[in-house]
Design a protein around this ligand. Structure first.
Ligand SMILES: Cc1cc2nc3c(=O)[nH]c(=O)nc-3n(C[C@H](O)[C@H](O)[C@H](O)COP(=O)(O)O)c2cc1C
Length: 256
């Protein structure tokens, strides 16, 4: 890896130091702050200017408890000062189509995908803005453990689903960073497979297993020597969230 130190900026520092934070101080995140975060985040690029996302801002204790239950009882969801639910939202596209005599009823895979990408870009932008103001948090994909229940809790209509949520608060912990795989493994030059000083995929995973295992040992987290490959293989077999395709179809998104 060449010396990258001549390229510095606040944004680079922020990203190089970012880490998911799951404990928050008992200090509110004001609505004006959330408004400022979202105002900036909504400047994220959006496919064909469709702006196919909505954000539900949740503070209510009971609603947070219910969302926490969907996520398998994640405490940070129950205890977060504010939870932002980033939703893919096709309702405005549907309205535009209706005004012009059409319908999105048989919406395609592409529509659902671009709405999800739009929501994700806004979510990541919000995360960066929030961190630039000193807040910390993390994204919560476990709202898709039961997409129908999450939709019910948030009163999401058809053609809207919560792609992921985000806990945000003032940090009450400073977790060490989790190592990432090396750039040499992820970056391909001109065509897939051309790595600069790259390792073979298996060698890369072997190295990363060791790095991640060392990290988990350093924070007293149970692990195995084949940490990442072991955990990932376990995570994806059997198929996680096997009901999701049907739940999203019920919400009006056809990912089949
Ligand atoms: C889309 C998405 C969904 C996530 N869902 C959860 C979640 O439900 N619960 C959780 O504790 N962490 C969740 N995370 C956080 C990841 O576990 C975390 O980003 C990853 O382990 C890397 O750690 P780091 O963010 O501290 O670098 C999610 C992250 C992303 C991007």
């Amino acid at each position: 890896m060449p010396d990258l130190s001549s390229y510095t900026s606040e944004t680079i520092d922020l990203l190089l130091n970012r880490v998911s934070v799951r404990k928050y101080a008992d200090k509110p995140v004001t609505q004006i702050m959330v408004d400022a975060i979202l105002e900036a985040a909504f400047r994220a690029p959006t496919s064909s200017n469709i702006q196919a996302y909505s954000v539900v801002v949740v503070r209510d204790h009971d609603t947070l408890q219910k969302l926490s239950a969907v996520t398998g009882g994640q405490k940070h969801v129950a205890n977060t000062p504010v939870f932002l639910a980033f939703c893919a939202d096709l309702t405005r596209i549907q309205a535009a189509m209706k005004m012009n005599g059409g319908s999105i009823e048989a919406n395609s895979l592409e529509t659902g995908l671009v709405a999800s990408i739009d929501a994700t870009l806004v979510g990541m932008s919000a995360s960066l803005v929030a961190e630039s103001l000193g807040l910390k948090g993390l994204m919560i994909g476990a709202v898709r453990n039961n997409a129908s229940e999450t939709a019910k809790i948030l009163n999401l209509p058809k053609q809207v689903f919560c792609a992921f949520g985000m806990c945000l608060g003032w940090p009450a912990e400073e977790p060490p960073q989790k190592p990432r795989m090396t750039q040499a493994a992820m970056v391909h030059h001109e065509q897939y497979g051309n790595h600069e000083n790259g390792q073979t995929p298996d060698a890369l995973l072997n190295t990363y297993d060791q790095d991640l295992s060392a990290h988990y040992i350093s924070i007293n987290k149970p692990t195995t020597t084949d940490s990442w490959t072991h955990d990932i293989a376990k995570k994806f077999s059997p198929e996680p969230r096997a009901n999701l395709r049907k739940e999203l179809k019920d919400q009006g998104f056809d990912f089949s």
